[in-house]
Design a protein around this ligand. Sequence first.
Ligand code: 3PY
Ligand code: MG
Length: 265
Amino acid sequence: MAAFALAGRLRAGETVFSGWCMMGSPIVAETIAREGFAAVVLDAQHGLWDTAGLVAGIGAVHHAGAAAMVRVPLNDFALVSRALDFGAEAIIAPMINNAADARQFAAAAKYPPLGERSFGPPRATMLQGQMPATEYLPAANSGTLTLAMIETPEALANAEAIAATPGIDALFIGPYDLSTSLSAGKAQDINAPEVDKAIDQICAAALKAGKIPGIYCRDASRALDMVKRGFRFVTVGSDFSLMRESLAASLKTLAVARGGSRDAF
Ligand code: 3PY
Ligand code: MG
């Protein structure tokens, strides 16, 4: 795999689809990568990843030919630098609500003069083909990506300022939190008109700043719709949801064949 391939493709204007892994298992992450996704997000916010799992999972995804990305927990800016040192090629940070949050995120992810990332990436340089430190240092700021999640009314109001923050490479919409917060906790409806309008507004804010618009999608058909609306980094399903849907479909087939009973397969 070419060095920093994911950033290269997205910065060149390509559209990239990514898998999403919550189970905290390197083999599950690798399986998603081997099916052919260009990237796999290891979700350490709501998923089950611990530190050792992330190190192994990032290597497994990389060796399967895909870019490993990590979603860090809320406000865990220490893990931003650490996951990049482990070899993640992109970091997704949840609930980036304003330009100050965006600056904190960029500071952890980018080396000076853009940020304050501390230098020490032996695993990342190994995964990038034993790249010497003297090559990694000047290449890493553009070779790795920061995706700021827009998930609240405050973030929506500040989307242009967040996108314009130096060191932020992409806006990434979390439609479920966005719908929850826009409805003040009354609903989780990602198709509600106010959510739909916000989605277009956030996409436009990213494009205006010359940044990458990204969004989380539950399935492939919604992912394709979002690409038509201008998104270029689009995640498709998650290991939990895909596994449950596939198991439910198998059980339904068995139940139909057995006259409607779901007992004792
Ligand atoms: C959201 O929709 O809120 C997300 O964070 C997607 O993972
Ligand atoms: Mg969220």
